[in-house]
Design a protein around this ligand. Structure first.
Ligand SMILES: Nc1ncnc2c1ncn2[C@@H]1O[C@H](COP(=O)(O)OP(=O)(O)OP(=O)(O)O)[C@@H](O)[C@H]1O
Length: 329
C-alpha cells in the first residue's frame, strides 16, 4: 500500500528549532489530522513535504522513493498563506495551474468547471480573485489544490474562515478523495472537525510528534476518568474520594456532589467496588466513564506551561505575517 513517509525531519530558522526529528506517515486512502499549538511546526513540515522549503535533514518518501520534482507535481497543496494571484480571473487561474501540472487545455477547462461548480464558486469563474470574499477565495484555493487530480493532498488549515456549508462541502470532498485512495493530510485548530473527519491524528508539540493514532488509540493511553454524581455535599464526596487509594478528584461538575474522578493504576478495575462504597454517602445519580474529546486529549499532550511560540523578529517571519495580513484585508 502506498504510504507518504515523513522521516526524521529537522529544521531550524536561526536559533528557533521548528522541527525536531519529526516522524509520521500517512497511508493511501487515509485522512490524517495534523494538530498542534501555534508555532508547533505544522506549516514548516507541510512546506517541506511539498518542497517549497528545504529540511536541514530528514526525508519525505512516497511509495518508498524520496519525493523529487516529478512526484511533487502530483501533490495538491493548499498553503496557509494562500497563493492565488488577486488580479487574475478565477477560471483563468485554475486553468493555468492545471496546465502547469501537465493537463491539456481541454482537460484543464473541464476540471476547472467541475471543481468550481462542486465548490460553489462556478458563477465566479469570470471574476478577479480579489473580488471574492475570503471564504470564497478559500474555496478557489481548494479548487487550485484539486484541479490537477493529485495523488496526495496536503492542506494547511483548509477549514479556517469557512461557513458551515463550505465546511460540509470541504469535508465531503476530502472524504471522497480519500475513498479514491489519496492520502489526505490537513492541519487545523478546529479539533471537533478533526475528530469527526480523520482516520488518524498526530499531535505535534515543539516540532516533535507527541501522540499519534486513531482517536480511540489516543483515548486508550489517556488517563481514565469517571463522572460520579451523587446526592451528597461536594466536600463530603471530595473527602471520601481523596481517602481512596488510587483515586484523584480532577474536576467538579456544576451540580453539587458531582465530581470527576481519575483512576490511577492502583484503582483500575475497582470501579464496581468504588460504586458500592460511594452508595454509603448517598443516592448515586450517575457513575460513568468520561470519554475525552480530542480537545481534552490535546490539552493533556500540550501542557499549559508551553510557550506557544518563542519570539522571532526576523525579516522572514515578518514577511510571512505581512502576506497573511494582506490576504485578510
Ligand atoms: N520564515 C520563518 N522565519 C523564522 N522563523 C519561522 C519562520 N517560519 C516559521 N518560523 C518559526 O518556526 C516555528 C514553527 O512555525 P510554523 O509556522 O511551522 O508552526 P505552525 O504549527 O504552522 O503554527 P500555526 O498553527 O500558528 O500556523 C515557530 O516558532 C515560528 O515562529
Amino acid at each position: 500500500m502506498s504510504v507518504l513517509e515523513i522521516d526524521r525531519l529537522n529544521k531550524a530558522y536561526g536559533s528557533v528549532r521548528a522541527l525536531h526529528d519529526l516522524t509520521f506517515d500517512v497511508r493511501a486512502g487515509e485522512i490524517f489530522g495534523f494538530v498542534g499549538s501555534n508555532g508547533a511546526g505544522k506549516t514548516t513540515a507541510m512546506r517541506i513535504m511539498l518542497g517549497v522549503l528545504a529540511a536541514d535533514s530528514g526525508t519525505v518518501r512516497w511509495d518508498g522513493a524520496e519525493l523529487d520534482l516529478q512526484t511533487r507535481r502530483r501533490v495538491g497543496y493548499m498553503p496557509e498563506e494562500r497563493g492565488l494571484y488577486p488580479k487574475m480571473k478565477v477560471g483563468e487561474q485554475l486553468v493555468y495551474l492545471a496546465r502547469l501540472h501537465g493537463m491539456s487545455a481541454e482537460e484543464a477547462t473541464r476540471a476547472t468547471e467541475a471543481w468550481t461548480d462542486r465548490l460553489g464558486v462556478g458563477s465566479r469563474r469570470g471574476d478577479n480573485v480579489e473580488k471574492l470574499s475570503l471564504g470564497n477565495q478559500q474555496r478557489v484555493q481548494l479548487a487550485a489544490a484539486l484541479v490537477h487530480d493529485p495523488d496526495i493532498l496536503v492542506l494547511d488549515e483548509p477549514f479556517s474562515g469557512l461557513d458551515p456549508v463550505a465546511v460540509d462541502v470541504m469535508s465531503d470532498v476530502l472524504r471522497e478523495r480519500a475513498a479514491a485512495g489519496v492520502p489526505v493530510i490537513f492541519s487545523s485548530h478546529q479539533l471537533d472537525l478533526v475528530e469527526r473527519l480523520c482516520d488518524r491524528v498526530g499531535i505535534v508539540r515543539k516540532g516533535q510528534m507527541e501522540a499519534l493514532g486513531t482517536i480511540d488509540e489516543l483515548r486508550s493511553t489517556d488517563r481514565q476518568r469517571w463522572l460520579l454524581d451523587i446526592d451528597a455535599p461536594a466536600e463530603t464526596v471530595t473527602a471520601w474520594a481523596s481517602s481512596r487509594a488510587g483515586v484523584l478528584v480532577t474536576g467538579h461538575a456544576p451540580r453539587d456532589g458531582a465530581v470527576v474522578l481519575e483512576l490511577t493504576d492502583h484503582a483500575r478495575g475497582l470501579e464496581q467496588e468504588l460504586l458500592t462504597d460511594a452508595l454509603t454517602l448517598g443516592a448515586v445519580r450517575e457513575f460513568s466513564p468520561v470519554r475525552p474529546t480530542l480537545a481534552d486529549l490535546f490539552r493533556g499532550v500540550v501542557s499549559s506551561d508551553d510557550d506557544p511560540e518563542p519570539p522571532t523578529e526576523g525579516p522572514a517571519r515578518r514577511r510571512r505575517l505581512g502576506r497573511r495580513g494582506k490576504e485578510a484585508s
